[in-house]
Design a protein around this ligand. Structure first.
Ligand SMILES: Nc1ncnc2c1ncn2[C@@H]1O[C@H](COP(=O)(O)OP(=O)(O)OP(=O)(O)O)[C@@H](O)[C@H]1O
Length: 304
């Protein structure tokens, strides 16, 4: 099944959380990548029918999702926050989700969902005794209990240890291979590219980029990089670097050089070569803007 967003916006009072987003999510695994506050949760809630769009349309195979209750049978949402009463057992929690959906055989459906996430064995323990990874799996089971063709997961790997993360990654991948339409949000590129065939990037509520992980990586690597460099002769190094087009702005300060590398790859080759031919010793080369925010803000300025 296909979830389609067409020019979707969502405001909370004066805050624009999602701004004119158009995208289509089809079968397989898609990663929704963006920094905190980018609007990822809002977008997932719009797709799950929990929020009305302020503008634009959100549809599932052409049918509007908002207020269309029969459509909810096709969608499962794993929310970011814990929404599980600790005093319930895993079994009770998943069974109550099956009953809420009005399934004809809730016991069988709950059994199957718990088996899918490999939680049959601890199912009779109270949720408050579970590890973070087990809680997450039980939430996935509750979202899967009605066997929806579309599964939306909000930051599913948050707080998990590496083993639990691998386990959930395998599960998501195999559901994608089985033909489900899966969208999960994350603010970590490495996480997204390990599971998703396709990546959608959201920054400040806007759709900033779209593609497979190679394309997104390339966009992020090829952006201009700012380097801070300290060497045995900053002045002479600055003069030599300025001769090459890959070094944009070069500023000489009391703490060394700041160089805006326009073409990252070319500059990465240029710097050691220049240092060698000029006989200059490099003491420190560090990226000055290698945080995710600057990577994302580059993508957003590029797309506007
Ligand atoms: N109920 C609300 N009322 C007011 N503002 C909200 C509400 N929910 C979200 N926002 C704001 O909307 C913007 C997008 O939030 P959203 O939670 O969708 O982003 P996110 O990418 O999921 O971030 P995070 O990963 O931190 O949850 C943020 O500026 C947030 O402060």
């Amino acid at each position: 099944m296909k979830v389609e967003l067409s020019q979707v916006s969502r405001w909370y009072g004066n805050v624009v959380a999602v701004n004119d987003v158009t995208m289509t999510i089809g079968p397989g695994v898609t990663g929704l990548l963006g920094p905190n506050g980018a609007g990822k949760s809002t977008l997932l809630h719009l797709m799950a029918g929990f929020l009305a769009p302020s503008g634009g349309s959100v549809t599932l195979d052409g049918t509007q999702i908002w207020k269309n209750h029969h459509i909810y049978r096709n969608i499962g949402l794993v929310p970011e926050r814990e929404g599980v009463y600790g005093f319930l057992t895993g079994w009770q929690f998943v069974l109550s989700a099956a009953r809420l959906h009005g399934l004809s055989d809730p016991v069988q459906a709950a059994r199957k969902a718990l088996a899918t996430v490999e939680m049959e064995e601890p199912k009779d323990r109270r949720v408050e005794t579970y590890s973070k990874g087990m809680r997450q799996r039980v939430k996935v089971a509750a979202a899967l209990v009605h066997d929806p063709p579309v599964l939306l997961l909000d930051e599913p790997f948050n707080g998990m240890d590496p083993r639990q993360r691998l386990h959930l990654m395998d599960l998501i991948r195999s559901m994608g291979v089985a033909g489900k339409t899966i969208l999960f949000s994350s603010h970590i590129l490495e996480e997204v590219e390990r599971v998703a065939q396709h990546i959608e990037v959201l920054v400040s509520g806007r759709h900033a980029a779209s593609g497979d992980f190679r394309e997104i990586r390339r966009l992020m690597t090829d952006r201009p990089h700012l380097f801070r460099i300290r060497s045995s002769d900053d002045r002479r190094l600055a003069a030599a670097l300025m001769l090459d087009a890959s070094a944009g702005g070069v500023t000489l300060g009391p703490d060394g050089l700041e160089v805006q590398a326009i073409e990252f790859r070319r500059f990465a080759r240029l710097l050691p070569r220049v240092a060698r031919t000029e006989g200059i010793r490099l003491h420190q080369v560090s990226p000055a803007d290698d945080d995710l925010e600057s990577v994302f803000s580059y993508l957003i300025t590029r797309s506007t």
